[in-house]
Design a protein around this ligand. Structure first.
Ligand code: HEC
Length: 184
């Protein structure tokens, strides 16, 4: 017997409230697919609707994500880092920074090791003369006990590193590095 034809049945298997074909009337119209008390038989969306919803969502948010990535790479990052100021000296400094493993002891933009000071803003903290002194210290820099490697940089190379730090110093890094929040 069809459950709808015997609504007074209490047997759970034949109770109309547990049958997916039970119709619900909302404000006069009839919805069959939207809602059911039986979770096993009825879906919120039809398969096709779910597919369209899923694919539409993926494509929409992928487009938004790609748009934002392209904007970051072509507009945001070049503007924040003053990309037009990257000249030969800055490039030389960056290469020396990489080749001499400065990151083995220092961090820049928070990347690297924690043995020696963070150098993202070293240019404004210490100035070019101090940096020159550090890089040309005859026995390796280390006034407070921790030692830096002794390098034999040429004047041109020292200038390259100073220019690199000067360029780095002006990059807008969204507030990095943060000011220490505890007493100075
Ligand atoms: C073996 C670890 C080590 C390596 C590698 C190293 N440094 Fe250092 N550096 C130090 C230490 C330690 C200090 C801080 C010494 C002090 O002031 O007590 C320092 C200080 C500095 C300072 C001054 C920072 C400040 O705030 O006082 C600069 C600039 C610097 N290093 C640049 C470089 C560059 C550029 C390189 C790579 C070419 C480099 N360092 C590689 C250990 C290192």
């Amino acid at each position: 017997m069809h459950p709808l034809s015997s609504p007074k049945t209490i047997d759970i298997n034949h109770n109309p409230w547990f049958n997916s074909s039970y119709l619900i009337r909302i404000k006069g119209s009839t919805y069959t697919q939207l809602f059911s008390l039986n979770p096993n038989t009825t879906t919120m969306l039809s398969k096709k609707q779910a597919k369209v919803f899923f694919l539409g969502g993926v494509i929409l948010f992928m487009a938004i994500f790609m748009g934002m990535s392209i904007h970051s790479l072509t507009v945001g990052i070049p503007a924040q880092t003053n990309a037009e100021d990257i000249n030969e000296e800055v490039i030389l400094g960056k290469k020396l920074w990489d080749r001499n493993n400065c990151m083995g002891c220092h961090t820049i933009m928070g990347e690297g090791a924690y043995y020696a000071p963070e150098l993202t803003r070293v240019y404004s903290r210490k100035g070019p003369d101090y940096i020159r002194t550090v890089l040309t210290a005859p026995n390796g820099w280390g006034p407070r006990g921790r030692m830096m490697v002794k390098y034999d940089f040429t004047d041109e190379e020292v200038q390259g590193l100073i220019s690199f730090f000067e360029w780095m110093n002006r990059a807008d890094l969204n507030g990095f590095p943060p000011e220490p929040s505890l007493g100075k």
